[in-house]
Design a protein. Structure first.
Length: 255
């Protein structure tokens, strides 16, 4: 692998066409591709693609961490099957990995919303494929390949804790990943709600656990439960991270 080489890491169940489209869109900047398949359909490796079959067990971190162990490149760029990246942002990735004093980059996962959907954090964004409103979530998607950097938690998996423990430097970037998952979230929301409850049960001291329960509860219409989750988080941490969504949901309660 060349210095500054990049591996694309994707986890999928059976969304093979979407996975192929992502691989094709990123081939100009990546040197290696690792696909972790959590479904029952078997896929063979081909070319420079590595395929790992990993049985699904209600956890997003474990399959991704297993995929990390197969990567030989200097950098990892992680994408989901309900995402895409445009050419402008691909160029940003190429420039980012040339920075010697940074170990990871926080990106904007821009989740586009269906018409009429009210959600905390919604804002007008540059139009993309006919969508003008979205929610931007910060997440680390480009990071150095180092065994001390790994994913944690069963849902809304994150790298931040391992980056902090290892003393790695990560910065916010203007890299945008287009996310379409919110457009069909209604189908998946009840399952994500159950995962969020399990996350809070398993990791009650992790700051974001109350937040993700609040978000998932609000999405399926459990407004009182969402409010109580945000309220519990605010009472524990006293931050805007919880106060703002708590007030947003409280306004919904009054309608």
């Amino acid at each position: 692998m060349s210095c500054g080489s990049i591996a694309l890491l994707i986890m999928c169940k059976d969304e093979f066409i979407k996975t192929k489209n992502i691989i094709n869109s990123c081939k100009s900047v990546v040197d290696e591709v690792v696909v972790v398949v959590t479904g029952s359909k078997k896929v063979k490796e081909s070319g420079n693609y590595k395929v790992l079959h990993y049985p699904w067990h209600d956890c997003y971190s474990s399959p991704l961490n297993a995929g990390l162990r197969l990567i030989e490149s200097d950098w990892v760029f992680r994408m989901d099957t309900d995402e895409e990246i445009d050419s402008e942002n691909l160029e940003k990735i190429s420039r980012a990995v040339e920075m010697e004093d940074v170990d990871a980059f926080e990106c904007k996962q821009r989740g586009y919303l269906p018409v009429g959907r009210e959600e905390f954090g919604i804002k007008k964004v540059p139009s993309y494929k006919g969508y003008d409103f979205a929610v931007d979530d910060g997440c680390v998607r480009l990071f150095r390949n180092d065994p001390r950097i790994f994913f944690e938690f069963n849902t809304h998996e994150t790298l931040y804790n391992s980056l902090d423990r290892g003393g790695f430097k990560y910065i916010k970037s203007n890299l945008v990943i287009h996310h379409w998952g919110k457009l069909n979230m209604k189908e998946k929301a009840p399952y994500y709600y159950e995962l969020a409850k399990d996350r809070l049960r398993r990791y009650p001291e992790e700051m974001q656990s109350y937040y993700y329960l609040g978000v998932s509860a609000e999405f399926i219409g459990r407004i009182e439960e969402a409010y109580e989750a945000f309220k519990a988080g605010y009472e524990k941490y006293k931050t805007e991270y919880y106060r703002l969504p708590m007030e947003f949901v409280n306004n919904k309660r009054r309608k």
